[in-house]
Design a protein around this ligand. Structure first.
Ligand SMILES: NC(=O)C1=CN([C@@H]2O[C@H](COP(=O)(O)OP(=O)(O)OC[C@H]3O[C@@H](n4cnc5c(N)ncnc54)[C@H](O)[C@@H]3O)[C@@H](O)[C@H]2O)C=CC1
Ligand SMILES: O=C(O)[C@@H]1CCC=N1
Length: 276
């Protein structure tokens, strides 16, 4: 069981990471996932062929899942994470790396709920990890050696780009790439609504908005792509795009996005304080 991974709280985020790892070739026989509801556990077992267990059916499943695991990924909501950490404390291998994907839960808060000396790595992932296009930040805790951090980096590299940041930058990373996919989906929604308001059929407007975001994302994914240069290549002098961008600038869209990201980072700090 040296390479066994336990995902505790396999909702949107942990499922995305687990799916990305499995798609990258991580053996399903080395994965255990826990959730609250039995139907959800059955769904995960059926979809991925992993061992999945539900706390509703046996309240000891989190402890069972971590026995023998070398990496434990905590993916419950911030408010429940310390309880889960305490629940598994006596079953954890002393050398198991406890990885948290939770926003707002500090390394200190996690370490406090775990056995003394347990290696902890705090991460901030995002859901495109499911497709191998995630972004994940990693920050090592007090007892995490270079080797522990490197092992988590290597694991997460199979689901996307990994960056190592000091813990005091996690709120900023969360506000940019953690929440970021939602901003892009929101833009797609707004574009579809704009198409409708210009008289397009709703179904067609949504199809055009989706494909436009997907196509533009592919261009951004090209090596060396620069969003400013790509935007300029669409913006003909005195043309239609120029007029649209002028309205976005006049209405302060960049400042609105910056304010949103600042609010996300502040909410993260607020949750951290609420958890103390
Ligand atoms: N959804 C996202 O895009 C991102 C989420 N995160 C973090 O990931 C964590 C989870 O968020 P989501 O996946 O969105 O939430 P979610 O609600 O989809 O998933 C949470 C899962 O935990 C399970 N759960 C709750 N208590 C449990 C327990 N005691 N034992 C076992 N399972 C339990 C629930 O059944 C659910 O499946 C949060 O801490 C969030 O901050 C971080 C970055 C991005
Ligand atoms: O909204 C949230 O709190 C989580 C953290 C980053 C993305 N989703």
């Amino acid at each position: 069981m040296t390479n066994h991974i336990a995902f505790l709280g396999t909702g949107s985020m942990n499922e995305a990471i687990m799916a990305g790892l499995l798609a990258a070739g991580f053996p399903k026989s080395d994965v255990t996932a826990t959730v609250r509801r039995g139907e959800r556990a059955a769904e995960l077992a059926q979809r991925y062929g992993v061992t999945a267990m539900a706390t509703a059916e046996d309240d000891d499943v989190n402890a069972q899942a971590v026995r023998g695991a070398s990496v434990v990924v905590l993916g419950v909501k911030p408010v429940g994470i310390a309880d889960v950490a305490r629940e598994i404390a006596s079953a954890l291998r002393p050398d198991a790396i406890v990885v948290s994907v939770a926003a707002a839960v500090s390394i200190a808060q996690l370490e406090k709920a775990l056995p003394a000396g347990q290696p902890v790595v705090r991460t901030m992932p995002n859901t495109p990890a499911r497709l191998g296009h995630g972004v994940v930040s990693v920050s090592g805790g007090t007892n995490a050696s270079r080797d522990h951090v490197e092992r988590v980096v290597k694991l997460f590299k199979s689901v996307g780009l990994v960056v190592e940041v000091p813990e005091d930058q996690v709120e900023a990373v969360g506000a940019l790439s953690g929440s970021g996919p939602a901003y892009v989906f929101y833009l797609a929604e707004a574009m579809a609504k704009a198409g409708e308001s210009l008289g397009l059929d709703p179904y067609l407007a949504l199809k055009l908005a989706r494909e436009t975001v997907v196509g533009a994302a592919h261009m951004l994914a090209e090596p060396g792509a620069d969003p400013v240069a790509l935007r300029r290549a669409v913006t003909s002098p005195k043309g239609t795009t120029e007029r649209a961008i002028a309205v976005f600038e006049e209405r302060g869209l960049p400042a609105i996005i910056a304010d949103g990201a600042r609010a996300a980072a502040e909410r993260s700090r607020e949750i951290t304080r609420e958890l103390d």
